[in-house]
Write a protein that binds this ligand. Structure first.
Ligand SMILES: NC(=O)c1ccc[n+]([C@@H]2O[C@H](COP(=O)([O-])OP(=O)(O)OC[C@H]3O[C@@H](n4cnc5c(N)ncnc54)[C@H](OP(=O)(O)O)[C@@H]3O)[C@@H](O)[C@H]2O)c1
Length: 308
C-alpha cells in the first residue's frame, strides 16, 4: 500500500517513434564521422606506405602513384556514405515515407468522401423519385377510387331498351336529363350505339368500343377494343358514363359504381334489354316520378342506384 509506485512511461507511440528515429540518425551520423576519421587515417597510411615505406613504388596507373587511385576510390565510397546519410535519407527515409503515405491516405480519403457525397446525392434522388412515383401512384389510385363510373339508361318495365338499333320511345325530359348529367364528361359506348347516333353528341368525349382494329370514326372520338381500355381512357374524368347499349351495359354492371335509370312504366317489344338490377348489390338512393303529359306518352321515374 505504501510501497514505491511503479512509474509508467508517460510517452505515446508517436513520441517513441520520434525518439527511435532520432537515435537512429545519431548512430548514422556517428558511423559517418568514424568513416571520415578512418578515411583520413587510411589515406595518410596509404601515402606513407607508398612514399616512405616504398610499398608498390614501381606500380603506377596512367603514370600516377597507385595510392592516389586507392584514395579516390575510398573517397567515392565515403561520399556515397555521406550522400546516403544526408540526402537519400531525407528523401527516402522513414519521415519521407510517412509523409508520402499521409499524402496518399489523404488523397484516398478525399476520393472516398467524393464518392460518398455522390452516392448520397444519388440515393437522395432515387428516394425522391421513388417517393414521387409512390405519391403519383396513390394519387392515381385515389383518382380511380374517386371517379364514379356511372351507367345511364332508360329501360322499360320488362327491361327493354332498344329495337332495330333504335330507342323505342321519345321522352324529352329523359333526353334533357341525359344531356345535363353527361355534359362535359366521357361517354363510353358500344359500336352499335355509336352508330345509332346521326352524329357525335356535342360537348362530350366519345369512347367507342369495337373489336374492329381498323374502325374509323370522326376526329375526337376515341376508339378502344375493350371495356378496360375504355375506362383507362377516361382516367382524368371524375364521372365517366356508360351509355349503352345492351352488350356494354351487361359487361359494365360488375364494375359500375352508380346507375342513373329512367324506368319507363310500360312494357315493349325489343331486341335489346338491360340486365336485372340485383337489390342485394344495388341500393336505390333517389326516385322521382313523372306523370304522362302532352310531351310524354308514358309515365316514368328517375331512379338512382348506388353500389352497396
Ligand atoms: N335505352 C337506352 O338507354 C339505350 C342506350 C343505348 C343504346 N340503346 C340501344 O341498345 C341497342 C344497341 O345495343 P347492342 O347491345 O346491340 O350494341 P352495343 O352494346 O351498343 O354495341 C355492341 C358492339 O360493341 C362492341 N363490343 C361489345 N363488347 C365488346 C368487347 N368486350 N370488346 C370489344 N368490342 C366490344 C362490338 O363492336 P364490333 O361489332 O364493332 O366489334 C359489338 O358489336 C340499340 O337498340 C340502342 O338504341 C338503348
Amino acid at each position: 500500500m505504501f510501497g514505491k509506485k511503479k512509474s509508467t512511461p508517460q510517452i505515446d507511440k508517436d513520441q517513441l517513434e520520434l525518439i527511435e528515429n532520432a537515435q537512429k540518425r545519431i548512430k548514422q551520423k556517428k558511423r559517418l564521422y568514424i568513416h571520415f576519421v578512418i578515411f583520413l587515417i587510411g589515406a595518410i597510411f596509404l601515402i606513407i606506405a607508398n612514399t616512405v615505406l616504398g610499398i608498390g613504388k614501381d606500380f603506377k596507373i596512367f603514370g600516377k602513384e597507385w595510392f592516389l587511385f586507392a584514395i579516390l576510390i575510398w573517397l567515392f565510397f565515403f561520399l556515397y556514405h555521406l550522400f546516403n546519410v544526408f540526402i537519400t535519407n531525407k528523401f527516402m527515409g522513414k519521415a519521407w515515407e510517412k509523409q508520402q503515405l499521409d499524402k496518399l491516405v489523404a488523397k484516398q480519403q478525399d476520393r472516398i468522401d467524393k464518392l460518398k457525397t455522390g452516392f448520397l446525392k444519388e440515393e437522395k434522388l432515387i428516394a425522391q423519385s421513388e417517393a414521387y412515383a409512390e405519391a403519383n401512384k396513390e394519387e392515381q389510385n385515389t383518382k380511380k377510387t374517386n371517379s364514379e363510373l356511372t351507367i345511364i339508361v332508360a329501360a322499360a318495365e320488362n327491361d327493354a331498351i332498344g329495337l332495330g338499333n333504335k330507342l323505342i320511345w321519345h321522352l324529352s325530359n329523359d333526353l334533357k336529363r341525359f344531356k345535363s348529367l353527361t355534359n362535359g364528361h366521357h361517354i363510353i359506348m358500344g359500336r352499335k350505339t355509336f352508330e345509332s347516333f346521326p352524329k357525335p353528341l356535342p360537348n362530350r368525349t366519345h369512347v367507342v368500343i369495337t373489336r374492329q382494329k381498323d374502325y374509323k370514326a370522326p376526329e375526337g372520338v376515341i376508339i378502344v377494343h375493350s371495356l378496360d381500355d375504355a375506362i383507362d381512357a377516361t382516367k382524368t374524368d371524375p364521372q365517366p358514363f356508360i351509355i349503352g347499349g345492351g352488350q356494354i351495359y351487361k359487361q359494365a354492371m360488375d364494375i359500375a359504381d352508380k346507375i342513373e335509370l329512367t324506368r319507363v312504366h310500360h312494357e315493349f317489344d325489343a331486341d335489346t334489354y338491360f340486365p336485372k338490377i340485383d337489390a342485394s348489390i344495388w341500393k336505390e338512393t333517389a326516385n322521382v316520378f313523372h306523370k304522362k303529359d302532352a310531351n310524354h306518352d308514358y309515365e316514368f321515374s328517375f331512379l338512382t342506384y348506388e353500389r352497396k
